[in-house]
Design a protein around this ligand. Structure first.
Ligand code: FAD
Ligand code: DLZ
Ligand code: SF4
Length: 510
């Protein structure tokens, strides 16, 4: 009899380790302290995953499999994956342990020692739920000076024949991003996100999480995530029907009180296996061909999944474990409390942290240009920033979180992913959101106590990192502007930044 362990982000019937499973095998799923606390995940993320795991176990049993499911509060639960596998292999009858490769490096290291630890053969199969493999990615990367997502994405479009017109892209362009930067319009009637009412299984898990994870970040209520594949498909279809048509136009827009905007909110389902990437791409492409969504929206959405998602995974497996320790800009400031409390007068930060706390979700531009931009220009420590992003979002796993944080927002990899840092002053946030109108700070004021902190922090960041960034060809214009500033102006920037950064180090309200 084979023992097949299924992890919390492996909730797919097509899973590699299940392809040859029979009713004679034992399928193991376990809720363990090791995974629930290696970072202190948002309460909603734990509810989501435990509930989705329990529903998936039922689905497997309904399909005739023999499932051994260990609940978190089972008194026999050892708290670790190896401990749970050992409890079973200690009994006679298990000839082999079969696994699907995990999504995180720390577990793949761990699995490598299991055969010795258990005294039973352990087979780890490639996770084929992605559209490219780590080997394909490293072949693609071989010999390239720069690993630009755009070129990888074009190859993926060709490989899967997505939005193609014979050999070229439909519409004549590969990328319609230039059309996808509309500021928020007033009077937009943004459709609500998909909401599934919590059933009895989810309600049980909510009680468990309230009991065992009370000190974890985040609000438990309201809980409305899909927890089964059927519900996740419904969420996907609702997105395609109601929001995809404006996904492109408002992809970068932020509106106060609209946490969901026109995004899909499917990342958490894709990353735990309830949805597969190709079906999402196919449904979006079909909407374009039916004429219910324009090309800029469909191409933009498909690029996120076929391009960015696969690309960041490729970067992760190519660069780990060194990637995790990178700190090119030598940023050392601890993460200020406001990332947990939302207690700040910066309205943009208050909105984005509050929404993250409530929903275990923030859309991409909030993660990138508000929360991430602040972390970059305030010089926050990459380890602390990574820890925060990995625990606050329901879709967060290290393979996707780390490259986005270390590479995309913090430039901590020295430009392996992004050609220049995504740093911006308050005027970008003002252009793409309506946050500044309700802020204590004035976005048009550059210095002094009423100035928007993003304004002077931005220039202080440029000045502070002169030695590392001046040589970057895409930063030339910024350094020319800095060089033209008067000594007085530069002093004012330094003084304001110094005062502000001291205040956040002391966790004073800013
Ligand atoms: P949509 O905006 O509707 O996009 C559709 C899908 O495309 C997403 O569900 C996701 O699967 C994929 N996608 C989009 N952008 C990216 C990207 N940059 N990298 C990888 N996949 C992408 N995404 C995660 O899945 N997990 C994370 O932990 C995560 N951390 C992030 C941290 C930072 C600092 C930044 C800037 C981005 C991060 N992202 C992460 C990427 C992106 O922000 C989320 O995938 C997206 O916000 C999820 O919401 P959605 O499903 O509504 O996505
Ligand atoms: C994220 C998570 C959590 C919170 N809990 C569990 C768990 O109890 N059992 C489990 O098998 N998986 C869990 N996961 C998902 C794992 O952390 C995930 O499989 C690894 O991080 C690899 O991506
Ligand atoms: Fe954010 Fe500055 Fe605008 Fe306030 S003024 S919301 S701090 S960008």
């Amino acid at each position: 009899m084979k023992l097949r362990l299924i992890l919390g982000d492996q909730l797919s019937l097509s899973l590699a380790s299940l392809t040859d499973a029979t009713a004679d095998d034992l399928l193991l799923m376990c809720e363990v302290r090791q995974e629930a606390t290696y970072v202190k995940h948002h309460k909603k993320k734990i509810v989501f995953l435990f509930s989705a795991m329990r529903h998936f176990a039922t689905e497997l049993s309904d399909n005739g499999f023999h499932v051994h499911y260990v609940k978190y509060d089972d008194p026999e639960n050892t708290g670790s994956l190896l401990g749970e596998v050992r409890r079973i292999t200690a009994q006679p009858g298990i000839s082999e342990v079969v696994l699907t490769a995990p999504g995180e490096y720390r577990l793949s290291e761990d699995f490598a020692g299991w055969a010795d630890a258990l005294g039973v053969p352990v087979t780890v199969r490639e996770d084929d739920r992605f559209l490219s493999t780590p080997t394909e990615f490293s072949d693609w990367a071989e010999g390239r000076k720069q690993l630009r997502m755009e070129y990888f994405y074009r190859d993926m479009r060709r490989k899967y024949s997505v939005l193609m017109d014979q050999d070229g892209p439909i519409g004549g362009q590969w990328n319609y991003d230039a059309e996808n930067r509309k500021p928020p319009a007033t009077g937009l009637n943004v459709p609500d996100t998909f909401r599934a009412p919590p059933d009895l299984i989810t309600q049980d898990v909510m009680t468990l999480v309230e009991t065992h994870f009370a000190d974890h970040f985040g609000d438990l209520l309201p809980f409305h995530f899909a927890v089964t594949r059927d519900q996740a498909l419904h969420a996907l279809d609702t997105f395609v029907a109601n929001r995809l048509n404006k996904f492109g136009d408002y992809q970068d827009a932020m509106i106060q009180g609209e946490p969901w905007m026109y995004h899909s909110h499917i990342g958490l389902y894709l990353n735990c296996g309830l949805l597969n990437p190709l079906e999402c791409i196919e449904r979006a492409e079909a909407a374009y061909h039916k004429g219910t969504a324009p090309l800029n929206a469909v191409e933009g959405f498909i690029r996120q999944i076929l391009g960015w998602r696969e690309y960041v995974r490729g970067i992760y497996w190519l660069k780990m474990p060194e990637y995790k320790a990178m700190n090119f800009l030598d940023a050392k400031r601890p993460l200020p409390d406001l990332y947990w409390t939302a207690d700040t007068q910066m309205n943009c930060m208050r909105q984005c942290v509050s929404e993250t706390k409530q929903n275990a979700y923030a859309h991409h531009i909030q993660r990138l240009m508000v929360l991430g931009n602040f972390a970059l220009i305030a010089g926050l420590d990459p380890d602390e920033v990574n820890n925060w992003y990995l625990l606050v979002y329901a879709d967060a796993y290290e393979w996707v979180e780390l490259p986005n944080v270390t590479g995309m927002i913090l430039f901590a990899d020295g430009g392996q992913m992004a050609s220049k840092p995504y740093a911006a002053s308050g005027s970008y946030i003002n252009k793409m959101s309506n946050y500044c109108g309700s802020c204590k700070y004035k976005v048009t004021v550059k210095n002094g106590p009423n100035a928007c902190p993003f304004n002077y922090l931005y220039w202080d960041f440029i000045g502070r990192n002169d030695a590392k960034l001046r040589g970057n060809p895409r930063m030339g214009f910024m350094y020319k502007t800095l060089d033209r500033m008067s000594g007085e102006k530069r002093d004012a920037i330094k003084d304001d930044a110094h005062r502000f950064l001291k205040a956040i180090e002391n966790n004073e309200k800013v």
